[in-house]
Write a protein that binds this ligand. Structure first.
Ligand SMILES: Nc1ncnc2c1ncn2[C@@H]1O[C@H](COP(=O)(O)OP(=O)(O)OP(=O)(O)O)[C@@H](O)[C@H]1O
Ligand SMILES: [Mg+2]
Length: 365
């Protein structure tokens, strides 16, 4: 396996920048997810690494080689796509063997590689079937197998699970993760599904509008999102973002909501707010860090319940606060009705604060 380095990677179409100065390193054996909303440049980035489209500027290193000018076939990569692109007339065995025959490997070597891959992916008993005789998940496994037999330096996967139904997707998610662990493979995996990225990847590269926003472990991205985009993109239900005004009185920093209520910040959070460019501050809070009260308690703020969604284990309440919608999770035995007056208590240790102008996370200077 090999490491991959992207340096100042740019791809433009006319005046449009699909990939904007993206730099990142994928370590040898690492599973990296490229994640972001539709159109953010994930597939373009992957195709640049694969060599399927030419780069505008920058550098791509795979292993110890700069591959900018190499053909896809010389880059030592294998791709797995959303549509599996299997040969319908060929058996699974022949689908797996075909890329090796093209490389003119001896018949015994091909047979060994095909059977090894089939064993790794637990599909030995499927080798004689045709693709149409397989389920979606099994076809996806054949597509993985076809990448595997090529023994590439890097696996590139573009939304490989998005054609599968929800249940199968979860199952294949663990299978690909297992595949990565067993092979210690270097994998770059494109998905628009933040949950797939969070659950599978060692590190996730969150993209938006062609820009790399944050590149870190899922735990770090979740705990310390660098800006409001990342904060609201990663995690479900999304982190609530409430626009507020900061002010200082008698040495204390308070945040004021559109309805006029106020609460006082802890010294640590006050220090963060002191670094904001303007008085506009956005409070970010995940559902599990907000307490819902049926009557006012100290440091709580008044809000109005909007929708109530029981899911079984947990009930999600959406509330209106300072012009924003706030997601709160409560135990199913808490009875809340739409339009009911409620009070919310934010955990100061776990709240996020963003600059209302730049949308960047506020830090203690
Ligand atoms: N050949 C092309 N010519 C012009 N614009 C293109 C071309 N290919 C892609 N784009 C644009 O570049 C941007 C990034 O596209 P890309 O396919 O990389 O998005 P993506 O992140 O993979 O999205 P999705 O999740 O929908 O697959 C989009 O705005 C797209 O319209
Ligand atoms: Mg795409």
């Amino acid at each position: 396996m090999a490491h991959v380095v992207l340096k100042d990677l740019v791809k433009t179409y006319g005046s449009f920048k699909a990939v904007n100065d993206v730099s990142l390193t994928v370590n040898d054996g690492e599973f990296v997810a490229l994640v972001g909303p539709s159109g953010c440049g994930k597939t373009t980035t992957l195709n640049l690494v694969a060599g399927l489209i030419p780069i505008t500027s920058g550098e791509i290193v795979i292993g110890d080689r700069v591959v900018n000018d190499l053909d896809p076939k010389d880059r030592d990569i294998a791709m797995v796509f959303q549509n599996y692109a299997l040969y319908p007339q060929k058996s699974v065995y022949k689908n797996l063997a075909f890329p090796l025959q093209m490389r003119k490997l001896p018949r015994e070597a091909i047979d060994k590689k095909v059977r090894d891959a089939a064993r790794v992916l637990d599909m030995t008993e499927l080798l004689e079937r045709k693709p149409r005789e397989l389920s979606g998940g099994q076809q996806q496994r054949v597509a993985l197998g076809r990448a595997l037999v090529r023994d590439p330096a890097v696996f590139l996967m573009d939304e490989p699970l998005s054609n599968l139904d929800a249940k199968l997707r979860v199952q294949m998610r663990s299978e690909i993760k297992r595949f990565h662990q067993d092979l210690k493979a270097t994998i770059i995996y494109v998905t628009h599904d933040q949950l797939e990225a969070v659950t599978m990847a060692d590190r996730m590269a969150v993209m938006n509008g062609g820009y790399l926003q944050q590149y870190d472990s899922p735990a770090q991205v979740f705990a310390h999102p660098v800006n409001m985009f990342v904060a609201s993109f990663v995690g479900s239900p999304a982190m609530s973002l409430v626009p507020l005004q900061a002010s200082t009185a008698n040495g204390n920093t308070v945040l004021t909501g559109a309805e006029g209520w106020q609460f006082e910040l802890s010294p640590h959070n006050a220090q963060k707010v002191a670094s904001a460019k303007t008085k506009k501050v956005v409070l970010g809070a995940r559902h599990s860090t907000i307490k819902l009260h049926k009557s006012a308690v100290p440091a709580s703020v008044p809000a109005k319940a909007y929708t109530v969604e029981p899911t079984g284990d947990v009930t999600f309440v959406q509330a209106l606060l300072s012009g924003a919608i706030v997601n709160i999770s409560v135990s199913p035995n808490v009875a809340v009705a739409p339009d009911e007056q409620i009070w919310l208590e934010f955990d100061q240790e776990r709240m996020h604060l963003f600059d209302g102008e730049t949308e960047m996370a506020l830090k203690v200077n």
